[in-house]
Design a protein around this ligand. Structure first.
Ligand SMILES: Cc1cn([C@H]2C[C@H](O)[C@@H](COP(=O)(O)OP(=O)(O)OP(=O)(O)O)O2)c(=O)[nH]c1=O
Length: 200
């Protein structure tokens, strides 16, 4: 049974509608306060350190603007140690998909939650195997509008599901938030998850 109480218990420092929907799906109503931070990787920074730094920075940017605990998160696609963020345009998106076609890549999602224990964070890695894509598929996929705001230029939860042969890890992390690990961090910080009425 879903909780009917929609009073926010968390501030989501993210403009991602997917993250908001994922949190709603586990019974966590949020208020939204997107953080605009510089997402340039530091020199010699590992992909894991990069996404975790950004998740923490997004959370920190909202702390002080709200009395609620804050959640920040970042997702990046990694192939051959190269970090792929969101594509700048159609050509960039096509380049990304050509790199991913017929291979296994990693999706890294970091999540950071501020609260009474300070900022707690973790990073989840998921292996995603994409089948080989044709040039026509790559060109047509851009026209769906899906790739533009997604790391790696694809959405596993959308049409790109037909490109994905296998995943090993967390599906929700690929979509933007690892729900299992996020629940642990939220509960550690005293944020209720699925705290509604339980079936009697
Ligand atoms: C790989 C993949 C990524 N994504 C999304 C998750 C993230 O929202 C986005 C990566 O960009 P992020 O910079 O992590 O997040 P964002 O810009 O959407 O939101 P904000 O920075 O304000 O928190 O790509 C999917 O929705 N499906 C996928 O299959």
């Amino acid at each position: 049974m879903r909780d009917d109480n929609h009073t926010p218990v968390l501030c989501l420092a993210s403009a991602s509608p997917r993250r908001q929907a994922l949190l709603a799906s586990i019974g966590v109503p949020v208020s939204v306060l997107p953080s605009d931070i510089d997402e340039t990787p530091l020199e010699a920074e590992s992909p894991t350190a990069y996404v975790e730094r950004l998740a923490v920075a997004k959370a920190q940017a909202a702390v002080g603007k709200t009395a609620l605990p804050v959640l920040g998160s970042d997702t990046a696609v990694v192939i051959d140690s190269t970090i792929l963020g969101k594509p700048n345009n159609q050509q960039h998106a096509a380049e990304m998909l050509r790199m991913l076609s017929g291979r296994t890549h990693q999706v890294l999602t970091a999540v950071a939650v501020s609260g009474p224990l300070g900022i707690l964070s973790c990073c989840v890695a998921t292996d995603v195997t994409m089948r080989e894509l044709t040039a026509k598929e790559i060109a047509c996929y851009w026209l769906t509008g899906e790739p533009a705001d997604k790391a790696g230029g694809y959405a596993i939860q959308g049409l790109a599901a037909i490109f994905i042969e296998q995943i090993q890890g967390s599906h929700s992390a690929v979509v933007g938030l690892p729900l299992f690990e996020t629940t642990r961090l939220l509960r550690q910080q005293g944020v209720p998850v699925w705290a509604g009425r339980y079936p009697s």
